[in-house]
Write a protein that binds this ligand. Structure first.
Ligand code: AMP
Length: 211
């Protein structure tokens, strides 16, 4: 089962991917997470990435393609995978198509999660991550930076500051939104409305996957 999530920053791609990991036992490939891991490692590449990502711009197509192609060909992805955050422009979508053809991989489902930009700004600027686990918190639930979470504590992603979120949404509109048509033409796109109920949305996604 090979699945791809499309949608603007904060639409819930990560949350829905994590639900599918639990339900189907297939791994998530999130380019944002892979890039943040590189930053955490403290490498020179990580320092360069930090600078680019803190402005909300994209990192190079070649770099993300090499990260994705390395992951997709690993044994853990043999029974399927969930792509989250890739592709993000037409050139990446075409490179991914080539990679799939080369590796004989069939992309079966593309889920687009549609959420109004005003909601996304609120969600992203309030979002808090944990330094150690996958927990995603939010200031609208009364949580704050520095709150304890299992072994870690909550922090705000550098690129979730309001100015950067607005830049990321503009980049999405200009570069990522055109991909929607690319997958629509392939007949594998499912448009979903992302509200404030992630369980209801995952129920709808499961129904499509089981049909
Ligand atoms: P995300 O966690 O998916 O919101 O990604 C965080 C940041 O990582 C983005 O704003 C980009 O700077 C970078 N990034 C993630 N995925 C890609 C991609 N496919 N192409 C280029 N840059 C990316």
């Amino acid at each position: 089962m090979n699945i791809l999530f499309l949608g603007a920053p904060g639409c819930g791609k990560g949350t829905q991917s994590k639900k599918l990991i639990k339900e189907y036992g297939i791994p998530q490939i999130s380019t944002g997470d892979l890039l943040r891991e590189e930053i955490k490692s403290g490498s020179t590449l990580g320092e360069e990435l930090q600078e680019i990502m803190s402005t909300g711009k994209f990192v190079s197509d070649d770099l993300v393609l090499s990260l994705v192609s390395k992951k997709i060909t690993q044994d853990e992805c043999k029974s399927g995978f969930i792509l989250d955050g890739y592709p993000r422009n037409i050139s990446q979508a075409k490179s991914l198509d080539l990679l799939f053809t080369e590796k004989n991989i069939n992309l079966e489902y593309v889920f687009l999660i549609d959420v109004p930009f005003s909601t996304l700004i609120e969600r992203c600027t309030g979002r808090l991550l944990c330094t150690t686990c996958d927990y995603i918190g939010n200031t609208d639930r009364g949580e704050k930076i520095g709150d304890k979470c299992e072994e870690g504590e909550l922090y705000q992603r550098e690129d979730d500051k309001e100015e950067t979120v607005k830049n990321r949404l503009n980049v999405y509109k200009e570069q990522t939104a055109p991909i929607i048509e690319f997958y629509e033409n392939k007949g594998i796109l499912h448009k979903m409305i992302g509200g404030n109920d992630p369980d209801a949305l995952s129920g709808k996604i499961s129904t499509i996957l089981k049909s």
